[in-house]
Design a protein around this ligand. Sequence first.
Ligand SMILES: Cc1cc2nc3c(=O)[nH]c(=O)nc-3n(C[C@H](O)[C@H](O)[C@H](O)COP(=O)(O)OP(=O)(O)OC[C@H]3O[C@@H](n4cnc5c(N)ncnc54)[C@H](O)[C@@H]3O)c2cc1C
Length: 469
Amino acid sequence: MVTAVDVVVVGAGLSGLVTARRLQQKGLRVRVLEARERVGGRMFSQSLQNGGVVDLGGQWGGASHHRFAALLGELALDTYPSHYDGDGVLHWQGRARQAPLAPGFGESLLFFEPQQLDLPAAELAATLELQRAFAQLVAQVDPRQPWRTADAKRLDRLSVAQWAAERSNHKLARLPLAWLCRVGGSGGFEPWEASILHLAWSQAVAPQAESPEAWLVRGGAGQVPPLLVEALQAGDPDCVQLGQAVVALRQSEGCVTVVTAGGPEYQARAAVVAVPPQLRLAIHLDPPLPAAHRALLQRSPMGAMTKVLAVYARPFWREQGLNGLGIGDRPALELTADSSPPEGQPAVLASFLAGERALRLGALPAQERQQRILDDLVAYWGPEASKPLELIEQPWNAEPWSGGAFTSFVTPGTWTSHARLAAGDQGGPGPAAHGRVHWAGTEMSPRWPGYFEGAIEAGERAAAAVQQL
Ligand SMILES: Cc1cc2nc3c(=O)[nH]c(=O)nc-3n(C[C@H](O)[C@H](O)[C@H](O)COP(=O)(O)OP(=O)(O)OC[C@H]3O[C@@H](n4cnc5c(N)ncnc54)[C@H](O)[C@@H]3O)c2cc1C
């Protein structure tokens, strides 16, 4: 049986749902086909045993995330500022250092007031110098066509780790860049897995300096996808179809035929594929993608990331004048953040096992891994952290329809070769549309790729493009 619609959207994550919403608002008939038996992809909440919810995927919005804020307004959802009142803790080489946060990321050592960290003067000076050098590089990157950045080829063949090692032999100096690779917004890779050009590009288009973790959604960000579905279904009850993995997209004159694993087929004037880049490789395209595009996808792995949520009876750290922001070189957790609402209930510390740690610790028996997680929570926040009411782990690399988190990155050398070729001379940074098949998904956004904001912008751009067909 073949269903005819105007546009088929592949993937009911935030990006695909926003694409569909904008198209439906223009009066087009849309089908969103989702492989999982749930919507939301990387935007997904879980209820807690004693009430309240936690986000197993993304949770924060940023100071300049205007599209995300506007969408929440459309859906009548409220936000509240993230809790940063009080001191945080930097854990470095076995010692916890309590310190206030700096006014801006640019003047900080990983958010902290550098002079308050009680670090050896030479190490601190070397760290700040390396950060300045990196900031200069970020300012020089061409955000749309990174391959046009001055000295791009060399910078793209040099890993983040090599670039840092060439400049400093102080271990502390290398911490901020390694931390950005693993747990910063682009996240999930080790400093030897991506080039310094890639890291600089990621900070040029999604700057930590613009405070992407400024606020949270009351009731959880995971409410957004079901609300979008509700609105889509009000316009067309069949609009969103679950359990329909798209396996093939065939283009013939003026038409795309969409084939799903379970059998149903759809015909549309256009298709928007809103899935993480590597998952596009699992969809058979006829005509096939250009070789450079396929090569780019093969070199765009997802980050390795497990999100950890520790739920407590009360936010005990706040009672001690602490804000829950823990950063450091611990063996398991390199970041913890207070993710409780202003009233402190449920009291939640969100945290991550990132990069190699996610895979290495992920392979341990659950009890042993959880003990290591608790050891690190105690190292940051003291003995009370050892007894959470709930300890929730969400290993994103075990999710076949995500493949990892937070987002994809590209391997060294890719920007200046495969990505440049896939984009064509005038395009970038992502590859061009393939006939009537367009690309959405957060990774396709020119601003804030990897974030909710990017997912929305990519969806809105794809919707605008396919309306013309
Ligand atoms: C742990 C974690 C923390 C994060 N933190 C933040 C944060 O605090 N703030 C922020 O802004 N962002 C954050 N992010 C990133 C944010 O969640 C994502 O950028 C955003 O949700 C991506 O949306 P998307 O629609 O582009 O992709 P996805 O959410 O990945 O959606 C893609 C959808 O396509 C489906 N799919 C895949 N293949 C097929 C197929 N062949 N056929 C049909 N369907 C298919 C998938 O099942 C999925 O539902 C975080 C992500 C994670 C995982």
